[in-house]
Design a protein around this ligand. Structure first.
Ligand code: ATP
Length: 450
């Protein structure tokens, strides 16, 4: 269950830190809760996931357009979207320690499903089951807590200068719908896609990067004719599954949850959450929501600017409806890490390796001379390294320790192939390629890399 420690999760968190994937944010000063920093391998893994998404949802399609909006936006954006009034979580407080918790999380951790409960019903459940805080103290009544980070733009801190760190990337897409329409006038259906940071002042960030206060999203607003939303929804659901497959996530760990009406945002007529069996339990990985024309209608009302779409060659005008696939990068990354994490036995020893799909692996090839004190081997290995580096970029030179140790180290960071240059290479221009998953070794001509 979420929040509980478990061995696999701990092994992943420790490997992620030790091998340079993910660190606690501001760790040198004792950390800042809910923030995470990416090291050299983590940043590449994360970018590879984001690039794969961009390739599959934007570059390879002719109905999608990318945008990249500012994080700070006019406060009216968040008034129109409803975030100022309703982007809240139920907050309860330990009456002794004053520590604060999300009431729905407190219930969930006690095995009570808070789905569909109002805040009053959650408080009643806490009373009825005599639930105490994790420190064993009584809990306060719940109150709502707005999760947006507030800031001020410019030198004067008053109501007019209030702005927020965006809690979702979606609004930066809606506010650019008209700009893209004016510049391109695409036929319906078409989508606008954005990747970028989002910030939520989560009451209790937890479970490694799963629930962070600063994270990244990959979102699409897909604009459709009001009568054609259902087919677009189904098609996008298929595309979402294709992406999860490309991430290497096992199908049996992916679950569709048809969100019941009482749990959907009030504007949503259908939402499917994709849940994943993380080591912390089954939790939301991403969401697919039919948002009707809620957002564009609100923008039209608040801004006074027309958001209607006129079908080319006709007089048919309407505000398009929207299907929104909303992915969290950190959750995708955590799903990838936990699916890739594997232990097996090689030569009687336990081996840990990360079975990343080749396209996601932070290092694609590690190149080694069999012996690092033989200049002729080193020179040849440097040539092969330069060749692969030019072709792929994410190639590592590794000449530390003996070959067996190098393989283990590369396995642990998920490098699919180790290339070894030995004395025979000098004779026949062939190298040994050792595969991570099977540990199989084959001889391959250097010319095959060109
Ligand atoms: P949850 O119920 O888990 O808080 P949510 O339903 O509020 O999530 P959405 O508002 O639908 O999440 O956001 C879309 C996606 O953004 C989520 O599916 C998730 O992948 C990601 N996301 C949301 N909040 C966080 C967070 N605090 N840390 C990391 N990723 C997040």
């Amino acid at each position: 269950m979420a929040g509980q420690k478990n061995e696999k999760m701990e092994a992943i968190v420790s490997l992620a830190k030790r091998r340079g994937f993910i660190y606690q944010g501001s760790e040198v000063y004792g950390g800042l809760s809910g923030t995470w920093d990416y090291g050299p391998l983590g940043v590449t893994l994360k970018r590879n996931i984001m690039q794969l998404w961009w390739k599959m949802f934007v570059d390879s399609r002719d109905d999608m357009y990318g945008v990249d909006a500012a994080i700070l936006m006019n406060q009216k954006v968040w008034q129109a979207s409803g975030h100022v009034d309703t982007f809240v979580d139920p907050l309860t407080e330990d009456l002794v320690t004053k520590r604060r918790y999300r009431t729905d999380h407190i219930l969930k951790d006690k095995g009570i499903d808070p789905t569909g409960m109002t805040m009053q019903e959650m408080d009643a459940a806490v009373q009825e089951h005599d639930i105490k805080s994790p420190d064993g103290n009584p809990l306060s009544e719940s109150r709502t807590f707005n999760m947006m980070f507030t800031t001020h733009v410019g030198p004067v801190a008053d109501d007019k200068s209030v702005s927020y760190l965006r809690p979702e990337t979606a609004q930066g897409i809606f506010t650019n719908y008209k700009n893209v329409l004016d510049a391109f006038y695409p036929d319906l259906p078409f989508g606008l896609a954005q990747q970028g940071k989002a910030f939520r002042n989560e009451i209790s960030p937890r479970d490694f990067i799963f629930r962070s206060r600063e994270f990244e999203q990959m979102e699409i607003e897909y604009f459709v004719h009001p009568e054609k939303w259902a087919e677009a929804f189904d098609a996008l659901l298929v595309d979402v599954h294709a992406f999860l497959k490309a991430l290497g996530l096992p199908t049996e760990k992916i679950h569709e949850l048809e969100v019941p009406a009482e749990d959907r945002a009030h504007y949503s007529e259908r939402t499917v959450d994709i849940e994943f069996d993380f080591p912390i339990g089954r939790e939301e990985l991403l969401g697919l929501a039919y948002r009707t024309n809620f957002d564009l209608s609100n923008i039209q009302r608040m801004s006074g600017k027309g958001m209607e779409y006129t079908v080319k060659g006709t007089n048919e005008r309407f505000i398009p409806h929207v299907i929104e696939p909303s992915f969290g990068v950190e959750r995708a990354l955590m799903a990838v890490l936990s699916s890739a994490y594997t232990e097996d036995e090689v030569n009687g020893e336990t081996r840990v390796y990360l079975r990343f799909p080749e396209e996601l692996a932070p290092i694609r090839y590690a190149v080694s001379p069999l012996l690092k004190n033989k200049p002729e081997l080193v020179a040849k290995a440097r040539d092969v390294y330069a060749l692969l580096k030019t072709k792929y970029g994410n190639v590592m030179w590794d000449d530390n320790g003996n070959i067996g140790k190098r393989y283990r180290r590369q396995d642990e960071i998920g490098t699919p192939f180790c290339v070894v240059i030995d004395f025979e290479t000098l004779e026949d221009d062939r190298v040994t390629i050792r595969e991570r998953d099977t540990t199989k070794q084959t001889r391959v001509a250097i010319s095959s890399f060109k």
